[in-house]
Design a protein around this ligand. Structure first.
Ligand SMILES: [Zn+2]
Ligand SMILES: [Zn+2]
Length: 239
């Protein structure tokens, strides 16, 4: 089975906290330069820059997954990955409708640029994308799975916006089978579940050289989602 170097958590210029030059084409180019073979774009609460990202990443030979970093109503960050742009856009519209009606203030919080296929800024998302969506932590995995995707809690070891910091426990009933942790965190102090490592890049220079790999049955987004769902606990922690 092929192994692919991956990064399934990064932000584009649609996330107010990310650099404006993180356009979908620039990010796809940096992923290729970093030696990645599989990558997902995961902006806060929106998949609107995924269509150009997927197109540019595919043109560079990567397996590209559209995704999002959802902020649940408990303010827990969860990465949601989808097999194709259609499912991702459907989920993105659903989430946007469940965000509070708070407008972004670009001068204060940063730009939320939506890009077209040619990598031009065409508009800005109106609602503030760092808000919490009205979706509970127990609902996310089912909603994403129903669209052929997979969801996992982000940066579980961090002090903010993480499942452990905000809820204090890992409960199998939430439906997650693995999580993301930060490099260097101690897996023995964390729940005994499988872990993956991503960059959470918010700037082009934050994308590190490819380091973490995943065994997949074939080089498709669906096979990546399957492989993630079937990860096994390993006390060494895949680091
Ligand atoms: Zn996060
Ligand atoms: Zn993030």
């Amino acid at each position: 089975m092929p192994r692919v170097y991956y990064d399934f958590h990064m932000h584009s210029c649609l996330s107010p906290c990310a650099d404006d030059d993180c356009t979908p084409a620039n990010l796809a180019g940096m992923c290729a330069l970093a030696g990645l073979q599989a990558a997902a774009l995961t902006d806060h609460n929106s998949c609107r820059n995924c269509p150009p990202f997927v197109r540019h990443a595919q043109s560079r030979g990567l397996i590209a997954l559209p995704g999002m970093e959802l902020c649940t109503k408990e303010e827990v960050h969860v990465i949601c990955l989808f097999p194709n742009v259609r499912e991702a856009e459907d989920f993105s519209d659903f989430v946007y409708g469940l965000l509070p009606d708070i407008k972004n203030r670009p001068d204060r919080f940063g730009n939320q640029y939506v890009c077209d296929e040619e990598d031009n800024y065409v508009s800005q998302a109106e609602k503030f994308l760092l808000s919490a969506a009205d979706i509970g932590i127990y609902e996310v995995a089912g909603l994403v799975c129903a669209r052929g995707g997979v969801a996992f809690p982000s940066h579980i070891d961090r002090d903010a916006f993480s499942l452990l910091s905000n809820l204090g426990l890992w409960d199998g009933a939430m439906g997650f089978s693995f999580a993301e942790r930060t490099r260097g965190s101690d897996p023995l102090k964390l729940p005994r579940i499988p872990y993956i490592f991503n960059s959470d890049a918010h700037a082009l220079e934050d994308l590190p050289d490819a380091r973490h790999s995943l065994e997949i049955a074939e080089k498709t987004p669906e096979a990546i989602i399957d492989a993630l769902k079937n990860l096994c606990y390993h006390s060494g922690g895949f680091e």
